[in-house]
Design a binder for this molecule. Structure first.
Ligand SMILES: Nc1ncnc2c1ncn2[C@@H]1O[C@H](COP(=O)(O)OP(=O)(O)O)[C@@H](O)[C@H]1O
Ligand SMILES: [Mg+2]
Length: 557
């Protein structure tokens, strides 16, 4: 730019003479222009980023919200849960999962919901929570709700924090809840007791323990209405008996509460107040255990299916159910029982699907299953002991602060390649030298104006112009070269670091993933790599170029 301007200036008219005044004032003006021009491309890209981010945030903020009108909360002390002709779907465009559900749940009653997998049991609870999209009907829920989801929701905190869940810790109540939820024994095994930290998504607890912690949280919350989505699915038969007797059932801690229990355990059905049978999103039957059994309809079918699927492994108490069933269905029992059995055998793929979908509910469906979950419970002590040694699972992240060690720089430069680093420095040296020379040359040139003979000498002027051009060109070339080498070197360094990191990650033991929050790993790979890629390049370039410029300026002055 400087060359072009000076060139135009001297060539346009022979009376134009480049003197010190003109030359250096224009040079400093060009320098002022330099930074804004260099930043201009960045402004464009940041502008684009800005627009995209705004769009994303907008989309996020304008996403669908739960419609507060879905569920009414009118006082209704005798029937806290009322559903009239409710039809629900998972989203506006989906077809409905629940059709024409009408339901009254009396205060302090225990209602069981049974049905095949995918019949809409969990959906019904979600609907009562207001998570589903209501197409028609009326829902009224009165009272504080506690919800135990089908797959336990565990926070990355201590067991105690997970159970008290922001409520004040009252030791007596807490211990009672632990005892009722059969957690006392499990907590003794953990080295940190109830202060053991549970990893992200509860990785150091077994499925059954998670479910019980989740249940304990609900019990501790002391709500009015309990929605329990298959809380007995991942625990052993004797533990589920304990949970039912001490927590859920008519003798349990929750006996004064309204409870809706989704379950696959037929064992407990005789003890509930009412049973609702769901099939394909509709209520097919409703009544007490004996009423439904007498009807010999859908519910009897369900029992029969359950019984025939696990004939050999039935617990002692289930035998009673079979007897009753036999009595009610008479000769049909044997016939249909065998039909169902052969059906389940031929539909074994369907059976597998059903089991996986139900999140390994019904642990006693198959013998292998039972023994596995039991051995899981037994093995748990060892595995958690090893883990529990640490007591605190997720270590807090410590960022290094203060001075960066020289070793880190050394590592980084090694990663970038020492040869390229030297080349960069050399190129910077050369470009600065030429920059210095062209300044000196300009000084010489402007001194010419003091000498009238030299001022009017066109040959001299052309030489001055030519050399100035040559110097400028060399400077530009070397600046370009060093930029290119620098970028490649840092790119190489960053890639090497990334590859090393990826390599380590892939080879890391599973326990690393268990104890390191995913977010932290993501951060390493996104934010920190970004720093190595972009910020470092920018800063190194700035550092080198500015220090050379400072040297040049000092020499020139
Ligand atoms: N979060 C969800 N989003 C969309 N569809 C779902 C969701 N959860 C369940 N469904 C659908 O709702 C139907 C009923 O499922 P669900 O209520 O989970 O059955 P159940 O609890 O009786 O096994 C299934 O067809 C299932 O695909
Ligand atoms: Mg379910």
């Amino acid at each position: 730019v400087a060359f072009a301007s000076f060139c135009t200036f001297v060539l346009i008219d022979s009376s134009n003479i480049l003197d010190a005044n003109k030359a250096f004032v224009s040079l400093s003006l060009f320098n002022i222009l330099r930074i804004p021009l260099a930043l201009l491309p960045m402004v464009v890209s940041y502008g684009a980023n800005f627009i995209i981010s705004i769009k994303r945030i907008n989309k996020y903020l304008q996403g669908d919200e739960i419609d507060p009108e879905t569920i009414q909360h009118e006082p209704n002390p005798h029937t806290p849960v009322v559903l009239r002709n409710g039809t629900f779907s998972w989203s506006k465009d989906d077809s409905s999962v629940l059709n024409g559900i009408t339901l009254d749940i009396k205060d302090k009653s225990l209602v069981a919901i049974v049905g095949q997998v995918g019949s809409g049991k969990s959906s019904l609870l979600s609907a009562l929570l207001g998570d589903l999209y209501k197409t028609e009907g009326y829902v009224n829920v009165y009272g504080k709700i506690a919800y135990v989801p089908q797959s336990a929701w565990i926070q990355n905190a201590t067991v105690r924090q997970n159970i008290t869940f922001s409520q004040p810790y009252i030791e007596e109540k807490y211990n009672k809840v632990l005892e009722a939820c059969a957690l006392t024994q499990d907590l003794k095994i953990l080295t940190g007791g109830d202060l053991t930290e549970i990893g992200e998504k509860g990785i150091n607890l077994s499925g059954g323990q998670k479910q019980r912690v989740s249940l304990a949280r609900a019990v501790y919350a002391n709500s009015d209405i309990y929605f329990l989505d298959d809380p007995l699915s991942a625990v052993d038969a004797h533990v589920s008996r304990h949970l039912f007797d001490k927590v859920i059932g008519p003798t349990g801690m929750l006996k004064k509460k309204t409870r809706i229990l989704v379950t696959h355990r037929v064992t407990f059905l005789p003890q509930v107040d009412e049973i609702i049978v769901l099939k394909d999103g509709q209520i097919t039957e409703q009544g007490t255990y004996h009423e439904l059994l007498a009807k010999n309809g859908e519910f009897a079918q369900f029992l029969l299916q359950f019984v025939s699927e696990q004939h050999e492994e039935l617990a002692e108490e289930d035998k009673e159910i079979i007897e009753q069933l036999k009595e009610k269905m008479g000769p049909e029992f044997e016939k249909r029982g065998s039909i169902v059995r052969s059906e389940t055998l031929s539909n074994s793929s369907d059976g597998i699907r059903r089991r996986t979908m139900s999140n390994a509910s019904r642990p006693s469906t198959k013998k292998g299953n039972t023994s596995r979950s039991m051995s899981q419970l037994r093995e748990e002590p060892e595995s958690t002991k090893g883990n529990g040694e640490k007591f605190k699972l997720v270590e807090t992240e410590v960022a290094q602060t203060g001075k960066v060690k020289w070793g880190v720089y050394w590592e980084f430069f090694k990663a970038c390649g020492l040869v390229s680093c030297l080349l960069v420095i050399l190129a910077f040296c050369l470009s600065s030298t030429f920059n210095l020379l062209s300044s000196l040359w300009l000084t010489e040139w402007s001194n010419d104006s003091l000498n009238p003979a030299a001022a009017n000498d066109t040959t001299l002027r052309n030489i001055r112009l030519g050399v100035y051009f040559g110097l400028g060109l060399s400077e530009t070339t070397f600046t370009l070269t060093n930029s290119i080498i620098l970028n490649f070197a840092i790119l190489k360094g960053a890639r090497l670091i990334h590859e090393k990191m990826l390599h380590r990650m892939i080879r890391a033991p599973m326990s690393f993933y268990d104890t390191t929050p995913l977010g932290r790993i993501l951060n390493r790979f996104t934010k920190d790599i970004d720093v190595a890629d972009v910020t470092l390049t920018f800063n190194i370039r700035l550092l080198i170029s500015q220090s050379f410029r400072a040297i040049v300026a000092i020499i020139a002055i």
